[in-house]
Design a binder for this molecule. Sequence first.
Ligand code: GLU
Length: 285
Amino acid sequence: MIRTRFAPSPNGSLHLGHAWAAIVAHDLARERGGEFLVRVEDIDGARSRAELADDHLADLDWLDLHWDGPVVRQSERLESYADAAERLRGMGLLYPCQCTRADVLAAARADGPDGPLYPGTCRGRDMYSHGAAWRLDMAKAVALAGPLTWRDENAGEQAARPELFGDVVLVRKDAPASYHLAATLDDSADGITLVTRGADLFAATHVHRLLQALFGLPVPVWHHHALLVEANGKKLAKRRGSAQEGFGLTDRRRAGEYGRALADALRAGHFPAGISLGTGVGGGT
Ligand code: GLU
């Protein structure tokens, strides 16, 4: 049986792009007789707000998208992230890094999929660990894991290229795990067999596949869906959830709109003026 998930971060309001992502994950599960899980990615203590998570769940319900089992919250799993990081430290694969964003920007000689590529400034240095971020020694990790592949339903078989990201942060200075570490551990803990998420996270899967290998986790299949984009081809920004923009789900729900009709309109490809479905990876939705 397949299990998909929708994993919103409660640091802003949901907009039509999120509705689309949730519909894809929900409908794939329902079409195949599987399960659909909702995970609140509230690991970022400074920016996550409990009332936004409540709104997100109410928005999903309003769209007539119902999840199976209890809602999972990352904030309840901090210990599992810490344990996992400790395992990697024990394998000699993590090192503390005291660089600020500005340091990374100044030192970077190239860009990776997430922005300026960290050139490994703190690697091999005797850096104090208090208040540090912890980075993966990518070269060592890749050598240990050996060649890896993963499969996206739309784009097909991929050779994993986590080295594109350089020494990624796995434990943040301000949060007990980075997105990469938490999402990988959670998808496994939640028994997700089909990781459904936007095409903007396609490259992140290279890192997640490597982490799965290092931890000996089962390997799911991925479904990176096309994103809703604006006329300029850019994905809908977070501000699109704000009342002024008119695309916010919570505002539309509170205004009395019928959510099920909105979900069905999106399913039928009826998007507001200036919004369309992007090309996606491998040409799939
Ligand atoms: N929490 C992420 C977001 O809101 C989604 C991560 C994922 O689906 O892997 O963009």
